[in-house]
Design a protein around this ligand. Sequence first.
Ligand code: PLP
Length: 780
Amino acid sequence: MKPFTEQIDEILRLETGADACSASPAALYSAVSRAAMERLRPQWKREPGKKRACYFSAEFLVGRLVHANLFNLGLLDECNRYLLERGVDPAVFEQIEDDALGNGGLGRLAACFLDSAASMGVPLDGYGIRYRYGLFRQHFENGFQMETPDNWLRFGDPWSVRRDDESVLVTFSDQTVRAVPYDMPAIGYGGGMVNTLRLWQSEAPDGEGFDFALFNEQKYSEAVRLRDEAEAISAVLYPNDDTPAGKRLRLKQQYFFSSASLQSLLRDYTARHGDDFSHFADEYAIQLNDTHPVVSIPELLRILMSDYLLSFDESFAVVQRTFAYTNHTIMAEALEKWDVGLFCSVIPQVYPYIVMLDDALGRALKARGITGAGRGRYRIIDGEMIHMAHMAIFASHSVNGVAKIHTEILKNTALPEWFALYPDRFNNKTNGITPRRWLALCNPELSSLITERIGSGWITDLDALEKLAPYAGDPTALDAFLRVKRQKKEQLCAFIEAREGVRLRPDFMFDVQIKRLHEYKRQLLNAFSILDFYFGIQDGRIRDFTPTVFLFGAKAAPGYYRAKAIIKFINEVARLVNSDPAMRECMKVLFVQNYNVSYAEKLIPAADISEQISTAGTEASGTGNMKFMLNGAVTLGTLDGANIEIVERAGVENNYIFGATVGEIAALDGRYNPRALYESDMRIRRAVDTLIDGTLDDGRTGMFRELYSALLDGASWHAPDCYFLLHDFIPYCDTRLRANRDYADRAAFAKKCLLNVAHAGPFSSDRTVAEYARGIWGCL
Ligand SMILES: *Cc1c(COP(=O)(O)O)cnc(C)c1O
C-alpha cells in the first residue's frame, strides 16, 4: 500500500486539483479521513462464526472523529508532520464540528464502549440513528441561552459509508419509510479490531427521485410531501436528558431504528440459517441502552411469530436469551411510558405483542402465587400506559445498573418487587471512560509524564496507573505534574480567550462544573456558594482565599424553563463578580458556550477541582467525574453515583466529600423544611435572596422569582427544594473552602491529584466492556 501521506496528496489532487497548502480545511479533512478509511478497509470485516454483541442506542455522542481515529490507527503523528511540513497548522481540524448525536453521559458512554470493545477485540457493533441535526448549538445573548441547529454535516461525513444495498423498509400506520444504513468504522487502538457503528437514515421509499417523464404538478407535490415526512423521522435528536419526550415523532424514531436494526440482523442470520432460530441467541446479544430501544422486544417477537410462524413460547425464549437491559436512571419522571392510544396510532402492528407479553407476565406471576393487587405493581400495560422498563425487565435475561449504589437503589428502592421476582437477573456494571480519548489524546503532556515513569502499557491496561502511586512522594514528579497542569491551563486560557473573548488567569485555581444543566445536578448550589464566597470576601469573613476561576459548561433542554433560568442566573453572578474591581485578584466566573465533547477535552485537563455535587441518590453513575480524576483533578462531591467508588479507590483524604448521603436524604422524607433553614441562616438567606432582591437581573422574565419559590414554596408537582440545595449549602461551602485553602500547599495538593490519577484504573471503559462481554454477552 502507498504511504499514507501520498494517499492524502493523491485524493486532494483528484478531488480538488489543489495541494495541502492551498486546500480548504474541509477538503483537507475529507482527504485525510478518506486516506485513513482506505488503510483500515482490510481490517474492517467480521470474523465469521463468532458471537457479536449489538449495542442498541438512540444516542452515540462520538465527538470529533478525526483525531481519535487517526490516533487509534497510529497515523496521528504522521498526519500532523504532514500538515506542518506543508505550512498547515495541525489545529486546522478543530474547525470540524463534533458528531453530537447524543445529549450527554448516556450517549458518550455508548461511544466509549465502541472504542473499548474494538481496542480489546470484542465484536461489538453500535446501532442507532443518523440524525440530520444533532444536539443544538448554544450561545448566550444577554446571558440567556439561544439555540441554533447543529449542522454537523457541513464538512461532509468522510467517516461514513452509505450502504444502499443494506437498506430496509420500516412501516408505520401512516407511512412506510426506507431506512438506509451509514456505517462508520469503530476503530480499535493499535491496529486492533474494526467494528461497525451503523446509523440509520430515514428516506422516502423510492429514493431514486421523481419520475420527471410523467411530470404532473400534483404528483410532484405529493412526492415532495412524502419525502419530507420520511426524512422528518431522522431529522433531529430530541434535546432531552433525563426527562421523557412523550411525542409521536420520538416513538417513531425509537421504532425506526429498532426495527431497522433487527431486520438487518435477521437478514444476516437467515442467510446462514434459514428459518431455524435455535442459534440466534448464540450468535447475537443485544444490549438495550436505556428504554429508548425497548420497543425492539415486541418487534422481534412480532417478526418471529408473524413472518416466521414461530409460537409465542419459542419466540419468547429467543427474545429473552438475546436481550439485556441497562437502566440509566432512578428518577421517576424519566422512566419511559407510552400512552396506549398514541402507541396504537403509530405502530398498531406491534401492540398485540405487548399484550401477549403482559399476559405471559400475568401467567408467570400467577405461577408464583402473585395475583390481584399484588400483580398491579408489575404491569407492562398499566391502565392507559405501556411501561417500557417493566417490559425490558420481564423479557430480557439481564438488568444492570451503572454504578454500585445505583444498582443497589434499583434492587431495594426503585424496583424491589422485580428484584424479589428475578434476583439473578440484576447485576451491576459500573460505567467507565476510554483512556484513549480522555487521557492519551486530550492530555499528551500528562500522558508523557506518565509514560516516562511507568511505560505506555496504561493505554490498554489502565490498572497499570497504580505504578504511579509511589511517585506521589517524589517532589520531582509532583513538580512535573504541576508544570503540566499549568501548561494545560495556559492552553485553555488561550482557547477561551479566542472563543469567548474572556481572559482568564492561568495562575488561578480552576474549579469546573461541566455536564447537562439539570436541577438534580445542582449547578444552582454551585452558584449560591460562589455568591457566599463573594460576600464573605467583601465582608472580611473569608480571608486568604486562593484566587479561583469558576467555570461552567452546560446545555439546557430548550423547553426546560428552570434550567434556562439557572443558566441566566449563573451568567448574572459572573457579571456581578467579574465587574467588581475588588475581585480582580480573587475570582473570576465564566459559563462557556456550546459545551460539547471537544470542549470537555480542553476543560478537563486544566481543572484542579471536579464539581460532582448532585443530590445523593440522583446521579446514576456520572462519567464526567472519571474523566477529571484521570486528568488529575480532585473531586468535590457528594456520595452519589460513581463518586462513591472513586473515593473508595483514591481515598477520602485525597478528595472533598460533603452533604447528605442517600440514607440521610431518605430519613428526611416528609420532614424537610427548607424555609426554616432559610430563615435561620444569614448566609443561606443572603445567597438565595439575590434571586429576588434586585442584586441580579433576569431581564424582567420572572425566571429568578420562579427559582426562588421552587426552593421555598415548591410547586404543584414537587415539594420545596426537592433537591436539598439548602440542606447541603453550608457543608458544601465549608468543604469547598477547605479545598481552596489546601490548594495553597501546591505540593500537598499535587500529591492528592496524582494519587487520583494512580487509582483511576478501574474507571476505564475497557474494564466495563470486559464485564459486559463476560457477564452478559458471552463473547469474550
Ligand atoms: C462525559 C460527558 C458528559 C457526562 O457528564 P456527567 O458529568 O457524567 O453528567 C456529558 N456531556 C459531555 C460532552 C461529556 O463528554
